[in-house]
Design a binder for this molecule. Structure first.
Ligand SMILES: Nc1ncnc2c1ncn2[C@@H]1O[C@H](COP(=O)(O)OP(=O)(O)OP(=O)(O)O)[C@@H](O)[C@H]1O
Length: 280
């Protein structure tokens, strides 16, 4: 099967300044990919390269088997939602749906309408008057109604409060299971994405530090926390520091997004709160 993303030595320089250095990535189809790293790590640069907004300085990149944004068909296969969920403030929710239908040949009006109803958005409300969470839901419905094969979100939950974040991720997971789409989500914080992604890319200082299936990464490198009454279990390969208490990462935190519905089997430990230790 053709990978959703395949890069070799992918490098983007802004003048002399590195945005991304020598990235080698192969992401299989059907994953929810967490792209995580601190400020300036290169997340937006990589997403810009995938969507075709940036051109590589050197190296190669193939998205769904083709060069990014190579033609109209390729553009239609990739949905991109930039930071701050851009919408047109003076247009109503219904206007956004009409615009989406005009601009996209593959537009699924039924899907868009159904999702708008399900999340309780009033079609007559202007986008400029929606809350951050409602804007995110609108942007998600618009992106999904394009029926893309790859859906990209740059920092989708950064500006949302815990409840809106949870609702957004829940809706996203519903789309994923309904549409069979690959999703790439970026965030500064692994904790934002860890329960929804099944593939992880860690970036720092413009370089890929770690990439792979979450289950594989967990199998080789993780630390578990258990209830206070039982002893803490460490993976034999783990070189992590002393165990954390459950209060460090409460499983029932209101901040915790819903579990990923992917058919990919999770590790037996995946429902236990987990803490990533630094890659070695
Ligand atoms: N237009 C630009 N001109 C010059 N340098 C840039 C430009 N865009 C990004 N950079 C630099 O490239 C590096 C990667 O930036 P990028 O925006 O991709 O990181 P990021 O992980 O998305 O950061 P953030 O989380 O803050 O959005 C940073 O050092 C940044 O300063």
């Amino acid at each position: 099967m053709i990978p959703v993303l395949h890069t070799q030595g992918l490098t983007k320089l802004y003048g002399q300044h590195p945005g991304l250095i020598e990235a080698n990535l192969t992401i299989p189809a059907g994953r929810v990919v967490g792209l995580v790293g601190p400020n300036g790590a290169g997340k937006s640069t990589l997403l810009g390269l995938i969507s075709g907004m940036h051109k590589p300085t050197h190296g190669t990149i193939h998205v769904l088997g083709n060069k990014p944004a190579a033609n109209a068909h390729q553009l239609a296969r990739v949905g991109f939602v930039a930071q701050d969920t851009p919408v047109y403030p003076t247009l109503t929710v219904a206007d956004h749906l009409k615009l989406g239908a005009k601009l996209n040949k593959t537009w699924d009006h039924h899907l868009a309408q159904r999702r708008i109803n399900q999340v309780g958005l009033n079609p007559n409300h202007k986008a400029g008057r929606l809350s951050g969470g409602q804007r995110a839901q609108l942007a998600l419905a618009l992106a999904a109604a394009k029926r893309p094969d790859l859906l990209i979100f740059d920092e989708p939950v950064a500006a949302l409060d815990p409840l809106a974040r949870r609702q957004f991720l829940q809706n996203l997971m519903e789309f994923v299971s309904e549409l069979n789409v690959t999703v790439i989500l970026s965030s500064h914080l692994l904790s934002d994405l860890e329960r929804v992604c099944d593939y992880l890319i860690l970036l720092a200082a413009a370089k890929v530090q770690l990439a792979g299936e979450v289950d594989d990464l967990l199998a080789t490198h993780f630390r578990l926390t258990t209830t206070p009454t039982t002893s803490t279990t460490s993976h034999p390969n783990s070189t992590s520091s002393p165990p954390t208490t459950p209060t460090d990462t409460p499983p029932s935190s209101p901040d915790a997004p819903p579990p990923h519905p992917s058919p990919t089997p999770s590790t037996p430990n995946a429902s236990t709160s987990k803490t990533w230790s630094s890659p070695t």
